[in-house]
Ligand binder design. Sequence first.
Ligand code: TXA
Ligand code: MG
Length: 316
Amino acid sequence: MITSDLSIIRERLIQGDLIGLPTETVYGLAANVFNSNAVSAIFETKNRPTSNPLIVHVASLSHARALVNHFPEKAEQLAQVFWPGPLTLILPKNKSVSQLVTANQPNVAIRVPNHPTTLSLLNQLDFPLVAPSANPFNRISPTTAEHVDGYFPSIYTLDGGACKAGVESTIVGFEGDEVVLLRHGAISIEAIEAQVGRILNRTSPSADATLPGQHKKHYAPSCELIVTYEPLFMLSAVKHKKIGILWYKAVKIKSLQVDVNLVLSPTGDLEIAAKNLFATLHTMDRMGLDLIIVERLPAHDLGVTINDRLDRAATK
Ligand code: TXA
Ligand code: MG
């Protein structure tokens, strides 16, 4: 059920229900961080392992401070620059945050989302919201209220329009004086390094996923997906019946073997490509294709984030 009525959403959250929450990155499946039944329901509803911790969404930096023991100097600096916005900080939690939320870790993930409706909702509540992306585990993240409603029709989703960034927040942690990148996201490494200097990159996905949330397979459509710099070269090697190609800037050549050609960002703007990524994959997923071939993006700025999502979507 999709609604624009904030009072319905507020009431549902106070009652301990889950709701679909718009943010500037992707839609979240949100609940009261202090209600353990509601937090458990998030893991069940998403079919998400309880070993994968949740991000806490707060209205402001001072609300974030209320959940942590210590705010490292560089975290403070990044929060000042990027909040509200798509940057999640991993910080030492205090007792107010349950082990269920953090999957038994001493740290909690926190961000201030940059979405006007969601910020006013957070300001009307006397608790923060935990919200993982509102997709079943491993599936494509939702960037519209309709996507969430398609996955979870029985819960209320707050309509906040199409997400502006279209990919999840960038996640960073802190080790001593070092900033450590844990997930590529809507803020590029370049933008973070412009603020705090060189950062350590610990994002490489591993099948055994020693760090939470680094599962190799993720964001996947229901059919097979291949990522390559040369989509047309793949065609001679595959025997699929209904093929779609997702191009970066333009359809290079139209092949008769291909049923659907779509383009991510006609101007080549990487932010537009990021905004369109999941929505286009949702569209292609509904076309009954048996193979999606995606042209790999240039490996800089948000191209790195998009390629990361595509590589995970392609993992079998
Ligand atoms: O943009 C976003 O971050 C979206 C919107 C809804 O805010 N949320 C989102 O949540 O992407 P989710 O649950 O799909 O991804 C959260 C990631 C997971 O990879 C999780 O493992 C990691 O954050 N994470 C959460 N808490 C953590 C912690 N304490 N330490 C390390 N990683 C953590
Ligand atoms: Mg997710």
